[in-house]
Design a protein around this ligand. Structure first.
Ligand SMILES: Cc1cc2nc3c(=O)[nH]c(=O)nc-3n(C[C@H](O)[C@H](O)[C@H](O)COP(=O)(O)O)c2cc1C
Length: 223
């Protein structure tokens, strides 16, 4: 399958994955894909590093959920079931099939569920068939752009081999934990995205705004 054809088939997949690891050649190809865009991709190897990463995910969950502004922003982007919005994350797909999917944005905004999320996400990280960290040598706007391109290249390449991914970016988002995350894969800097990868069931596409809504119309006066 071409990367082009994978564009329409790639979806963030928050369902449980089969325990199978990725073939070695695919791992190397994903690292090459990241490097081609000016970023690096490291796999979390060994029990100790995996537990370390899982602990950081859990710690970041606790810190983020303790922050009222974080909860407000999250509540703003999750969509209750059957919501007609063409953006955001539908709650039944957000990997939160516990009371959150029943409760909806109001309760997310109001209650610190950090402890529960931490335990759940720790479990997801520990049992992920593959954990991969994508990062850059520099921290600049240009490197963030490179990280985005590398992420898309890696995700599309993975999809061509029926490999899905979902995100566990919390420890990248908490500045005090970000350096520890890098150290666990033998890098000094700068982690940008933490991914869980593996073989999962097909999932539906997330809602999208139409391209028409995203275009800005400029009218230029001709002399
Ligand atoms: C940089 C980045 C970080 C993300 N972090 C998370 C995350 O922490 N948790 C999560 O559930 N999804 C995360 N996502 C996934 C988005 O929610 C997802 O891409 C969006 O819902 C669109 O769905 P799609 O990937 O299926 O097109 C992240 C996506 C990007 C690009």
């Amino acid at each position: 399958m071409l990367l082009f054809h994978a564009i329409a088939q790639r979806h963030t997949n928050r369902e449980p994955f089969a325990p199978d690891p990725l073939p070695k050649e695919l791992g190397a190809a994903l690292q090459e894909a990241a490097a081609a865009e000016g970023a690096w991709l490291e796999f979390v190897d060994g029990e100790e590093a995996r537990n370390g990463v899982a602990d950081l995910v859990a710690e970041a969950d606790r810190r983020q959920w303790a922050d009222r502004h974080f909860r407000q922003e999250l509540a703003h982007w999750v969509r209750p079931k059957h919501d007609a919005a063409r953006d955001g994350i539908p709650l039944q797909e957000a990997g939160v099939q516990d009371w959150l999917s029943f409760a909806g944005p109001l309760l997310i905004r109001t209650f610190d569920r950090g402890g529960g999320m931490a335990a759940k996400d720790r479990d997801i990280a520990v049992h992920a068939p593959v954990l991969a960290l994508l990062g850059t040598e520099q921290e600049s706007r240009a490197s963030w752009l490179a990280a985005g391109q590398a992420l898309q290249h890696v995700l599309l390449k993975a999809r061509t081999e029926n490999v899905s991914a979902s995100f566990l970016c919390q420890p990248v988002e908490v500045p005090e934990l970000r350096g520890q995350l890098a150290a666990l894969v033998g890098r000094e800097a700068y982690p940008q995205v933490l991914l869980r990868m593996g073989y999962g069931p097909e999932v539906p596409a997330a809602p999208r705004r139409s391209p028409r809504e995203m275009l800005i119309q400029h009218s230029t006066a001709h002399p």
